[in-house]
Design a protein around this ligand. Structure first.
Ligand SMILES: Nc1ncnc2c1ncn2[C@@H]1O[C@H](COP(=O)(O)OP(=O)(O)O)[C@@H](O)[C@H]1O
Ligand SMILES: Nc1ccn([C@H]2C[C@H](O)[C@@H](COP(=O)(O)OP(=O)(O)O)O2)c(=O)n1
Length: 416
């Protein structure tokens, strides 16, 4: 273990740990001494008598390296661990302490597999920014202990005890400027730092505006249309362009389309920085176009933030950062549209439109179809964003009626 990890280990027993077991988070803490408190969380008892468990937490000082390593580690574990290891997501955090979240994995191992597992973990520990813990249970099966390898290679042993669920989903602690970016500087700093590993980044950086001025008010109204895939954004934005004699733009902008698939394969930090950068490029295009005509924009910051927040958080809508949280606030250096229209659609009708269009797109869009909770989180995150907030339009009537509804709103709100 590197020397730099010492401060982390010193506060080890102030941490809460979270493991996804059977699709629900199990929270636990560790204590150096047992003071007659409760034994290990009941969910641990589901693990077989002969099972030993392990956790790996990524703790790189370099967040780009750490995020990429964490992203690749899952595949490595699934490939190299014995079958039946049940690799699942894990995290650890200091309650209420921003930036304290560590992400990693938890898995089981049968006694007979120990040599193979220990060899893999030993290799990882030597080369990579990980903290490895093993978990074993007492003879009577009631008490689990967690062993953490210290800098001196001896084991620090802790008792595993139950912990209450935190008030917010742990991911919220690291969301700002990791999942969601709030300034061009923060997003471009991430992109600059990964230009050696992703050469395409240099081309993206060259397209970024040299300065941003979010205060100058465009001459003509800027109307953003948001919504899940297949809610009818393309149909509506094209009709609005024709009806209003407007310019039609999108985010990510056309000039980034060559590189989008490349960044979609990257872990969240890099991927979200790419989409954030796209918004600033689109903002510059909006400013220019809005000197001549109204501007219609197909997706903008609402999409970037809502998908990022809904992906970082798991589980029901109640796990989202609470309404009014700073994570929903529009970046102060990004041009504010005059109006944001959110198209909403009944899930069955959306699926029908997706099918009739005949193609599914990004993994996240496929996920939306499979995972009802994810779809609900994205929609709710859209609704919670403020400065500007979005105005919902029901997209289930015919395309012409949806257009009329949107035109009514635009005339009322933008004096067109
Ligand atoms: N109001 C509507 N009623 C019925 N079908 C629609 C309507 N709006 C769009 N569609 C159809 O639904 C599909 C998805 O629409 P599209 O505009 O491509 O959505 P998005 O741009 O949001 O992904 C297309 O096949 C389109 O023709
Ligand atoms: N401004 C934007 C636009 C899209 N995204 C992300 C969010 C989702 O992962 C995908 C959705 O894009 P998708 O290609 O399905 O969108 P369209 O159907 O082209 O409107 O892109 C973003 O983060 N910021």
């Amino acid at each position: 273990m590197a020397r730099s990890l010492k401060p982390l280990v010193q506060r080890w027993s102030s941490r809460v740990f979270s493991v996804e077991l059977d699709g629900a988070p199990l929270y636990f803490a560790v204590r150096e001494k047992l003071r007659g408190g409760p034994a290990s969380p009941a969910a641990f008892s589901k693990l077989q008598q002969e099972d030993r468990c392990y956790s790996l937490l990524v703790c790189s000082g370099d967040r780009i390296r750490g995020d990429r390593f964490h992203w690749e580690l899952r595949d490595k574990l699934l490939r190299d661990l014995p079958p039946g290891s049940d690799v699942t997501s894990m995290s650890s955090f200091l309650p209420e302490e921003k930036g304290s979240l560590l992400k990693g994995y938890f898995f089981k191992s049968r006694a007979g597999d120990s040599p193979q597992v220990e060899e893999l973990l030993g290799d990882l520990e030597q080369r990579d920014p990980v903290l490895v813990c093993s978990y074993s249970r007492s003879e009577d099966g009631q008490q689990w202990t967690q062993s953490l390898r210290s800098a001196e290679k001896n084991l620090l042993r802790f008792y595993v005890v139950p912990s209450e669920a935190p008030e917010h989903h742990p991911s919220v602690l690291n969301m700002i400027n990791s999942d969601v970016f709030y300034s061009l500087d923060e997003a471009s700093e991430v992109l600059r730092k990964c230009d050696d590993i992703i050469p395409e980044t240099r081309s993206v950086l060259r397209m970024l505006p040299s300065r941003v001025d979010a205060r100058s008010k465009p001459d003509f109204p800027v109307i953003v249309v948001e919504g899940l895939d297949a809610t009818g954004k393309t149909t509506l934005t094209e009709s609005l362009r024709d009806a209003l004699g407007a310019a039609l733009l999108r985010s990510p902008p056309q000039c980034l389309s060559t590189w989008r698939a490349r960044f979609d394969r990257e872990p969240p930090l890099i991927r979200r920085a790419f989409y954030a950068a796209g918004n600033y490029i689109t903002a510059e295009q909006i400013c220019q176009a809005a000197t001549r005509s109204p501007v219609i924009v197909d997706r903008f910051w609402h999409s970037t933030a809502a998908y990022a927040i809904a992906t970082a958080v798991t589980g029901p809508v109640g796990n989202l950062p609470h309404e009014g949280s700073e994570v929903y606030c529009w970046p102060s250096d990004l041009l504010q549209p005059s109006l944001v229209v959110l198209l909403t659609l009944d899930p069955e009708e959306r699926k029908r439109r997706l099918r009739s269009r005949g193609l599914m797109k990004t993994d996240e869009e496929q996920e939306l179809d499979h995972n009802k909770l994810f779809r609900l989180r994205v929609e709710e995150a859209y609704r919670r964003i403020i400065g500007p907030a979005c105005i919902t339009v029901d997209a289930s009537p015919s395309a012409d009626l949806v257009l009329q509804q949107a035109l009514l709103l635009i005339r009322a709100k933008c004096h067109l």
